[in-house]
Ligand binder design. Structure first.
Ligand SMILES: [Zn+2]
Length: 241
């Protein structure tokens, strides 16, 4: 696990060694999950006393978490959504990925943070823009203050896509996020999201890639592609002090 601490923000980047299995996130109760590993260890590394997540569906819904009510946590755990946002301290937001991109957006001025699950579908459907808009409307953020960390995901060194994928992409094609090598096409998820963020006014210097390793060619991560449909997930958790 890698730990990023900055001001009030903590990001925990989980790996295969502390992955989450399907049994832990499908059909389980929130309380059953958060009292188990890896979250007991995760909580020791950060400043959260409670943890909340959602039922990820490759959509663009984002849950706003401003309450410490355990009943709401239980409800959100079964809510179909792919992002979480908060300005409350002591609450861990959690997302699970295996090749999809975990994205952290942070406003150090308004002290709000979001964690987003962006696979190719969420990326193309622009969940990242929806998240930016929430910062503006609900927290009064200026886009120029937003900092963004890209987590481990499938990168264009390995993430081969087919013609069907390219056809689906064609209506919202952006910049050079599709890379051609030989006769094959590869999708660059971070580059596509970065292009959207920059277009909205997030400064390029505030997009951080130090944790953006390829999950397919780095075996320390769970990878849906490399492990042929694995049900293990890398976990990312963010919290505010
Ligand atoms: Zn790779």
């Amino acid at each position: 696990m890698r730990v990023h601490k900055q001001g009030k923000l903590t990001i925990l980047w989980g790996e295969k060694a502390n992955c989450m299995e399907r049994d832990h996130w499908q059909g389980s109760l929130h309380t059953e999950v958060v009292n188990k590993e890896p979250f007991v260890s995760f909580a020791r590394q950060a400043d959260f006393s409670s943890l909340v997540s959602v039922l990820q569906v490759h959509g663009t819904q984002i849950v706003k978490v401003e309450s410490n009510d355990p009943l709401l946590f239980e409800q959100w755990f079964g809510t179909q959504a792919d992002g979480l946002i908060t300005s409350a301290s002591g609450i861990g937001l959690m997302i699970r990925t295996a090749d999809c991109l975990p994205l952290v957006l942070y406003d150090p001025v308004k002290e709000a943070v979001a964690l987003v699950h962006a696979g190719w579908r969420g990326t193309v459907d622009q969940i990242v823009i929806k998240t930016l808009n929430l910062f503006k409307t609900d927290y009064g953020s200026s886009v120029s203050d937003i900092q963004v960390w890209f987590g481990p995901c499938a990168l264009s060194c390995c993430y081969q896509v087919d013609q069907k994928f390219l056809d689906a992409l064609s209506t919202v094609f952006l910049y050079d996020a599709v890379v051609k090598r030989g006769k094959s096409w590869y999708f660059d998820i971070p580059r596509y999201n970065a292009a959207l963020l920059k277009k909205e006014g997030v400064p390029a210097a505030q997009l951080y890639y130090e944790y953006n390793q390829c999950t397919i060619c780095n075996e320390i991560y769970c990878s849906y592609r490399r492990e042929s449909g694995t049900e293990s997930r890398n976990v990312t958790v963010v919290s505010l002090k």
